[in-house]
Ligand binder design. Structure first.
Ligand code: G4P
Length: 531
């Protein structure tokens, strides 16, 4: 195919502008608040409080369902796009909070960087740790925002040390708080060599320059302030004994640039965004076809993969939206692509628009962007689509080991057909994991978050007219065992023996103790976890 040089140059330029990332955090650390501030900066909302009305840390399943039914906010805000300082920013929402699901994890497979928001009074909390682990495995850059500086929090030095201790990642402080809580005065900006004042009486004097010695170059009340002197000592200490900035490490996810601030009072967020956009990578190459080749983002062939499927909750419209991360080329409405799994040709007529400041974005989506395709059952999570003659297959998305399990049955035994159909399709789509008890073939569902079960139940009823009964088994530790090592007598109520879709056996251990007891009893058996 002949391509004009002009097109290639445009594509290259367009791709180089893209910055695609997700924000990860523990509930209540301030992810929603900072997202809103970013959207305000990006000019796509006009006031805070518009994204998710109420506190999203308590984002109830019922709210989620209601929102889904209205076909509103949650689809459009799944991807938020805006232009800022010459960059096109794509923020991918990682939904779920306490009820997080595999969607959250898979979304992290579709980004080029992650931002970790930490409540500076609490430090690293369990969910941050879990999500961090997934991001770390991808080897993408991770940026940290220590939030809620307007409240008394932990010592900044402690917070940086904790990154290393709990997450095993080096922290490099880009800026340093001058006081906190009621005594918050500002930020000592090491990266930009200036002081950023907190709520200055004169807004035009928000930034004060530093001299070559790293001290205030202009007159200010701060100079007399003991808190400021303390900050100078801390910064000296950091320069002498702390990590030195290393962009190569940042790019691999071995060092995280740390920014302090307060999302609620919109302090430090703009500084963060500006630095972030300078350091975060543009879309890179993707390994394809069993790692035999690398696909460049400005390859003229369009290619991408489905990382999330969201059902339309309206029973009159069975369609769903398949979220595709574009990895190369350009998306055009109405283009023909090949679905790698089936080799079937598909015409991509209907794409949804996400929250954005420009309406024509879908039409000029390029590598790095996300398109939402209306789907009538063609797609599965992990599917690759491409244009051109040569097949393009991205690496399969990792499967996450479920932690919660239920037994599942059709409420009405006469309706087995719709039950099996719905079950088969939802499992195939990747909405939930299915297991069967080893000998009796009873259905067991596994999920990483409770929300997945509830959505499953809802969709079975709405889309397949099948009411299901779920009996909780609770949280279990799933461990696979080699079939050759298996003896059915090993199973007990504390370590339920089941098989996965491929027929491979695994135990669902009641707890760590049960697993240890098992390992002591059968020391030669190798147990393995997935991700
Ligand atoms: P999440 O999405 O990570 O779950 O957190 P979210 O932004 O919803 O923030 C959780 C709570 O923390 C909210 O208060 C929010 O206002 C508050 N918060 C976020 N950033 C800051 C900050 O920089 N400083 C302070 N002091 N508070 C912050 P809430 O009372 O739980 O909810 P709401 O009723 O105010 O919405």
């Amino acid at each position: 195919m002949e391509i004009s040089l002009k097109t290639i140059t445009n594509l290259e330029q367009a791709v180089a502008k893209r910055r695609t990332f997700a924000i990860i955090s523990h509930p209540d650390a301030g992810k929603t608040t900072i997202t809103e501030q970013l959207l305000l900066l990006g000019g796509i909302i006009r006031s805070a409080g518009t994204v998710k009305g109420k506190k999203s840390g308590h984002y109830a399943t019922s709210d989620w369902m209601a929102i889904e039914k209205q076909r509103g906010i949650s689809v459009t805000s799944s991807v938020m796009q805006f232009d800022y300082h010459g960059k096109r920013v794509n923020i991918l929402d990682t939904p779920g909070h306490e009820d997080f699901s595999e969607d959250t994890y898979r979304t992290l497979m579709a980004v080029d960087a992650a931002v970790m928001v930490i409540d500076s009074a609490k430090g690293i909390e369990p969910q941050t740790k879990k999500l961090f682990k997934v991001v770390k495995q991808r080897g993408i850059p991770i940026f940290t925002f220590m939030n809620k500086l307007d409240r008394d929090g932990r010592e900044p030095l402690d917070l940086i040390a904790e990154l290393e201790e709990l997450l095993n990642i080096e922290g490099y402080a880009m800026n340093w708080p001058i006081g906190m809580g009621k005594g918050l005065k500002g930020l000592y900006d090491r990266a930009q060599h200036r002081i950023e004042l907190y709520r200055p009486s004169d807004a035009s004097k928000r930034f004060l320059p530093l001299n070559d010695q790293g001290q205030l170059a202009v007159d200010s009340d701060l100079t007399q302030d003991s808190i400021y002197q303390q900050t100078l000592d801390d910064v000296d200490l950091l320069s002498e004994a702390g990590n030195s900035f290393d962009l190569a490490k940042v790019q691999k996810g071995d060092q995280t640039p740390v920014f302090f601030g307060s999302a609620l009072t919109n302090f430090g967020v703009e500084t963060f965004l500006e630095s972030f956009l300078k350091m975060a990578p543009a879309p890179g190459e993707h390994p394809i076809n069993d790692d035999s080749a690398e696909l460049a983002p400005n390859d003229d062939r369009f290619a991408g993969f489905v990382f999330k499927i969201q059902a339309n909750m309206n029973p009159n419209h069975r369609d769903r939206i398949a979220f595709v991360r574009i990895c190369s080329g350009e998306f055009d409405k109405g283009m023909d692509v090949t679905l790698a799994r089936t080799k079937k040709q598909l015409r991509l007529n209907n794409a949804t628009e996400f929250m954005s400041d420009e309406r024509e974005n879908v039409e000029n989506a390029v590598a790095g962007d996300i398109v939402g395709l209306y789907d009538t059952g063609n797609f599965q999570i992990g599917d690759s689509i491409y244009t051109g003659k040569d097949p393009i297959q991205f690496a399969p998305l990792p499967q996450f080991t479920p932690e919660l399990f239920v037994r599942v049955n059709a409420k009405n035994v006469m309706k087995q057909k719709s039950f099996h159909k719905g079950m088969q399709q939802l499992v195939q789509e990747g909405a939930i994991q299915l297991y069967k008890t080893y000998t009796t073939d009873d259905y067991i569902l596994g999920a990483v978050g409770q929300l997945q079960f509830e959505v499953f139940q809802f969709r079975m009823k709405n889309e397949y007219n099948s009411e299901v009964v779920m009996t909780p088994i609770g949280s279990r530790i799933a461990r696979w065992i080699k079939p050759a090592q298996l003896d059915e007598k090993m199973s007990s109520s504390r370590n339920l023996l089941v098989k996965d879709l491929k027929g491979e056996p695994l135990f669902l251990f009641e707890n760590k103790f049960a697993e240890r007891w098992f390992q002591d009893k059968y020391p030669d058996v190798t147990l393995t976890a997935k991700l």
